[in-house]
Design a protein around this ligand. Sequence first.
Ligand code: IPE
Ligand code: IPE
Ligand code: MG
Length: 239
Amino acid sequence: MMPSSSTTPKPPARPAHVAVIMDGNGRWASQRGRPRALGHRVGVQAARRIVEAAADRDLPFLSLFAFSQENWNRPEREVRMLLHLFGRTLRREGAGLQRNGVRMRFIGNREGFPEKLQEEMRATEAATAGNQRLGLLVALGYGGQWDICQAAERARQDGVPITNEAMSSRLSTAGIPEPDLLIRTGGERRISNFMLWQLAYSELYFCDTLWPDFDARHLDAALDWYAQRQRRFGSVEAP
Ligand code: IPE
Ligand code: IPE
Ligand code: MG
């Protein structure tokens, strides 16, 4: 391999893909003596702010973890409330998504979601398919282990050997670069079965801010932190 001719360290690139585990809605509400549902509703406003901020900052891709496969284990009342909120948000946000040039894709296992919500997801994907500014992935019913299993199963059905490329092109994030930066709000320092394959070399940023309080300044703090990272991908630092 040719040695690098430059001795100047390259400034780190801006992330092409930021993934966010939006955690802390319930605690935000509990701290105020209010029902968890309020935290989820205010959390939607935070999501809207961050989508707009990401578009303003010309981030190519943003992923938001909104509902995990394991979240089906929550009390039925909370699950029902969340499904209702997702549907209402999709119906309300259509115009804003168009205005911001957002192209939406839902990732996750859609089984178990009401047919009407599934139809709304398909309709939103179709309506925003021509948008070019920000690619927004919303993970609903998503599990990282599920994603790996479904990709492997499709490779098996296609009769191809399980290679890195065979898997990447069958994951729900096919065609989208792996996240450079993962942000998790709410203070927990774990992945909670988010994009297990895709996060292999992501920079992990954990902050204590509860999701409903997260705004563009917090996003900028995470981007500034990211800009200081030295990503080596198993190699050694540039001289
Ligand atoms: C994240 O907030 C939203 C979802 C998982 C749907 P939580 O509901 O997990 O809030 P906490 O972690 O209980 O505070
Ligand atoms: C992760 O948050 C899932 C989402 C943000 C959608 P959880 O609140 O479900 O994660 P755990 O249970 O604390 O690991
Ligand atoms: Mg939580």
